[in-house]
Design a protein around this ligand. Sequence first.
Ligand code: AHG
Ligand code: MN
Ligand code: MN
Length: 337
Amino acid sequence: MDRLVTIERHILNQEHQHPEATGVFSNLLYDIALAAKIIARETRRAGLAQLLGMAGRINVQGEEQMKLDAFANETLIRMNAESGRIAVMASEESSGIIPIPEAHCCNGRYVLLFDPLDGSSNVEANVSVGTIFGIYRRISQSGPGTLADCLQPGRALVAAGYVVYSTSTMLVYTTGRGVDGFTLDPTLGEFLLTHPNLRYPSKANYYSANQGNQQYWSAGVQRYTRWLQGMDPDEPSNPMAARYVGSLVADFHRNLLAGGVYYYPADIHNPSGKLRLVYESAPLAFVAQHAGGLASDGQRRILDIEPDSLHQRTPLFIGNRELVERAEQYIQRYDQL
Ligand code: AHG
Ligand code: MN
Ligand code: MN
């Protein structure tokens, strides 16, 4: 058997390639991996907790049992707030920036943004959920981190990744030099490198979108969907299979492994779509880009969008490069902008 590479070993190997590295960034990645293990453990017990009627009751520590998304949020905050590595954080589950206590913020060089539990509506049905994260360098000079630190475009990310809690727990991340995937071995409690240098396969198999919204989509997106199904009379194509979990992380992950495109477009009720730019779209766009794929809002590259506000939404087309470019072409050709 090949030598086992744990995520710790892998992070250390990468650090050694950067003589200027101080280890702070490596430790930040360890903190995230540990938070992922804690969330994974709780996710596995979530169904049981519900079955045993524990939700809303008091647990053994005398604390109120939390919903899983609140638990995941608290875990990520707790693991990072006092590490001294982070200047400021923001989360889909928290309304403003999450300030770091004065004693711990001021030497923190990094900014952490996350969607603690993606696909949370799937928890009750025992369907895959995930965590998405992005890491930036702070741009403020000193003192507590600021809102501006959190509103950087995706192209400034120094690392991004996701965790998918499913039949296995997997952590996938990139620091801009290849995308690597790790699977949690529950007997060892370690993430092991199982998917080194992930790249989109050249042949795409799947398209993923909530087609219940189709009637509300623009003409360009509807026509693009027909093309994906092999039904555009002017542009012959092979029909692709549809797969839609409804957890972005799970849909994104499957499409990265098998080739495909995920889209959550604007519709007449939601002119900016549903997904959040800084917590969901930008970090996954960074991963997609470094796996040879692409992410767009239909007109602009996701990584080039300068956020105006923390909870800003954006349409998202993400996956194999040529499928995303084709979405842009359809939108340009058929939508009245
Ligand atoms: P979250 O659970 O973090 O709010 O995200 C849910 C998102 C995303 O994961 C998923 O792809 C999408 O919402 C599903 O939305 P629809 O139910 O509208 O298809
Ligand atoms: Mn989400
Ligand atoms: Mn969420």
